[in-house]
Every structure is written in C-alpha cells, then in structure tokens.
Ligand binder design. Structure first.
Ligand code: G3P
Length: 212
C-alpha cells in the first residue's frame, strides 16, 4: 500500500519527501499555509515525484475543466481533485479523455465511487474520518468500493482519506486499499512503538560493558 502525505505544508513534505509516495492537498489545507497556490503546488511537485493532488474550486463543468488544465501545466505529477457532483463527473470524463489524471474527492458512498470509476477517475478519495464522525463506518465504505471495483475490473485506485489515526491505516492495508493519505502526525505515528524505543535503550545500556 502506498502512503501519501495529506498536507500542503512544504516543511512537512520536505521532511518526509524521501519516504512518501505522493501528496494530497485540499483548499482548507492550502488556505492554512497562505501564499500563492500555484507557487506552493510547484514547490511540492519539485519535492515529490509521486502524484500531487490539487483541487479545483469551480462548481460547474466548464470552469472545473479550465482550472484543471491550468493546474496540470504546473508539473507532470499534478493530479486534479474534483468534487463528487454531476458537474464534476462530466469534468472527470472530459479530463480523462485528455489524459489528465483526476482524484474524485468528497466520496462518502459506494455509488459515488462507482460513478467516479465509470467516468474514468484515476483515483477516488473516500473520507473515512468524516463518515465515522457521523456515526457511520468509513472502512465499511472502503471495503464495498474495493469489492465493486474488483467485480468490474475498474482501474480507479482507492485513496483512503480523512484518516484520523493509525488504525485507519492498518484497516486500509488489511482491506487492500491502494493508498492511504495521512496527516503528518499520523505518518510519524506509523513508525512508532514504545517497545521499540525501550528496546533500543535496553540494548544500548547492556552494551555499555562490552569492549569493542
Ligand atoms: O484528504 C482529505 C482530508 O484532507 C480531509 O480530512 O480530517 O478534514 O476530514 P479531514
């Protein structure tokens, strides 16, 4: 399973660039950083060779497609994030025909993911944390999407998004999701175990009496 970083922070991306497989941003994450979106995107794309998702803001097909064409010019690894709406799916169909990679975002149900795949989306992003927030089960939705895609041989890849904790990543891997996109804090937690730290300290202490 590939791990993407879900952030627009250049500092966070720089720190993890050699380990991560890609980056996802969204308008809220970009707004937190301030500055020019295009410049931030250009810098992120220069740090990471994998896919970097950047979202359009228009809500109608024509506007989405023209924003997408502009963003796609920033770098070869830009992926256009399009919201899951009827207008959005028309844009995805058009962009897919032009060879522009898309990531359909704000996916909360299996039928939405089915439509996105039918329209030629490169990626879909089910928001598991936000589903859980509403007393649903985000990982059940991911499980269903993977089964449906398997049934019909869709090539659309599933990015588990809105990840809130390490368990979401474990379950994504158990289900065979293609990618989990994780906040910086969760990315670091994936490496952590207190017994590892304790074990290192114990080995170092025991080694103190050994002559080399
Ligand atoms: O990738 C989507 C993600 O950024 C949304 O996360 O925590 O705002 O639900 P969250």
């Amino acid at each position: 399973m590939r791990i993407f970083l879900d952030t627009a922070s250049v500092a966070e991306i720089r720190e993890m660039a050699d380990l991560i497989d890609g980056v996802t941003t969204n308008p809220s994450l970009v707004a937190k950083e301030g500055g020019s979106f295009r410049e931030i995107l250009k810098e992120i794309c220069s740090l990471v060779s994998g896919p970097v998702s950047a979202e359009v803001l228009s809500l109608e097909t024509h506007g989405m497609v023209s924003e997408a064409r502009q963003l796609a010019k920033v770098a070869d690894n830009v992926v256009i994030k399009i919201p899951m709406t009827v207008a959005g799916m028309r844009a995805v169909r058009e962009l897919s025909a032009e060879g522009i990679a898309t990531n359909v975002t704000l996916i909360f149900s299996t039928t939405q993911a089915l439509w996105a795949a039918k329209c030629g989306a490169t990626f879909v992003s089910p928001f598991v944390g936000r589903i859980d927030d509403r007393a649903g089960d985000g990982m059940d939705v991911v499980d269903e999407i993977l089964e449906v895609y398997g049934n019909y041989g869709f090539h659309t890849e599933v990015i588990v998004a809105s990840v809130r904790h390490v368990r979401h990543v474990v379950e994504s891997a158990l289900l065979g999701a293609d990618i989990a996109t994780v906040p910086y804090k969760v990315a670091l937690q994936l490496f952590d175990h207190p017994l590892t730290d304790e074990g290192i300290q114990r080995f170092l202490k025991d080694w103190e009496g050994v002559s080399s």
